[in-house]
Design a protein around this ligand. Structure first.
Ligand code: IPM
Ligand code: MG
Length: 370
């Protein structure tokens, strides 16, 4: 049986707590001989800064390069507010994305029926919601140069970020979206701000041409990013796959996540280009939510997004869709039993802790084997 090297980065805030729960699941899968994981752990974010003075060390970057998949929990927190910009916790995550060239960020938003009432929208708008945001992750304003604050010498300063996209970057993320759509409901909505941004004009042209050339069988729609944000809260079930740039994808995926009841539910996959020979690709899996420093260490965090991030790794890196399905079923089973962490409480009177949620999901998985 193949052994998969999993490089685990718990990071900051609630990161270590939710990591402990996903490790339970990974260890159990290994013990049962269902998947063979070899787990190594490293430091990222503020945790890495405190030890190495860097948001991720070169040694841990090498481990990430060598792994079959990286599993990261969350970075950041007020403790590091005063840290120089280049060394801030988020820089560790951005370096991983950039250096491993993880250009395709897949952020599914699925509303478990048992949670439809936890959403801030009416049940009928979100019940059965299943959409996928494909966010470009290594370009755009996150990485464009110049990126600086300059002193204008007259008591004024100027802050500059650069939004920049080349044809190949738009094409490769477009392909990921069209390919995914073919396996889903065959519809792609591409989003930019071509009414005010040149990069948006190019984005629109390139996606339109790619569609005509290679994916005419897929339904393609274009929506301006502001209007898409509005449609997401108005009628979210109209969407199947949404493809957009780094910054719009960041914002829209938080909106989409909240439709499902809680940010604590959603996993994500960040993928690199497929290696033509080995058919493998670099990949990092992480929850969409952040490090939630306000509830860190209190046993309140929801480990579901982290656990389904492992599910995504099984699906996209290890071709073990059935095991991923079993994890997803265990999560819905637990939710159907009415078990809730505080973030998805809704009208439930009682909530359970991070550890109890992890244990409940593991027990459900174990029961599914019997
Ligand atoms: C996300 C996060 C990150 C981002 C932060 C932590 C740098 O919000 O993954 O969505 O902006 O990409
Ligand atoms: Mg974000």
């Amino acid at each position: 049986m193949a052994v998969y090297k999993l490089f685990v980065l718990p990071g900051d805030g609630i990161g270590p707590e939710i990591t402990a729960e996903v490790e339970k699941i990974a260890t159990w899968l290994t013990r049962e001989g269902i998947v063979q994981f070899e787990i190594e752990k490293g430091l990222v974010g503020g945790a890495a800064y405190d030890v190495h003075g860097q948001a991720i060390s070169d040694a841990d970057m090498e481990r990430a390069e060598a792994a079959d998949a990286v599993l990261l929990a969350a970075v950041g927190g007020p403790k590091w507010d005063g840290v120089p910009y280049e060394l801030r916790p988020e820089a560790g995550l951005l370096r991983l994305r950039k250096d491993l060239q993880l250009f395709a960020n897949l952020r599914p938003a699925i509303c478990y029926p048992a949670l439809a009432d936890a959403s801030s929208l009416k049940r009928e708008l979100v019940d059965g919601l299943d959409l996928m945001i494909v966010r470009e992750l290594t370009g755009g304003v996150y990485f464009g140069e110049p990126k600086q604050i300059i002193d204008l010498g007259n008591g004024q300063k100027r802050g500059i970020d650069t939004q920049v996209y080349d044809t190949y970057e738009i094409e490769r993320i477009g392909r990921v979206a069209f390919e995914l759509a073919r396996k889903r409901r065959n519809k792609v909505t591409s989003s930019e701000k071509r009414n005010v941004m040149k990069s948006g004009v190019l984005w629109n042209e390139v996606i339109t041409a790619l569609h005509a050339r290679e994916y005419p069988d897929v339904l393609l729609e274009h929506q301006l990013a502001d209007s898409l944000g509005m449609q997401l809260v108005r009628r979210p079930k109209q969407f199947d796959v949404i493809v957009t740039d780094n910054l719009f994808g960041d914002m829209l995926s938080d909106v989409a996540a909240m439709l499902t009841g809680s940010l604590g539910m959603l996993p994500s996959a960040s993928l690199g280009e497929k290696n033509a020979r080995s058919e493998t690709r670099k990949a990092l899996y992480e929850p969409v939510h952040g490090s939630a420093p306000d509830i860190a260490g209190k046993g309140l965090a929801n480990p579901i997004a982290m656990i389904s991030s492992l599910g995504m790794a099984l699906r996209y890196s290890f071709n073990l869709g059935e095991v991923a399905d079993r994890i997803d079923r265990a999560i819905s089973g637990v939710l159907e039993k009415g078990l809730r962490t505080a973030d998805i409480k809704g009208d439930a009177q009682e909530t359970i802790s991070t550890i109890e949620m992890g244990d409940a999901i593991l027990a459900e998985l174990q029961a599914s084997l019997r």
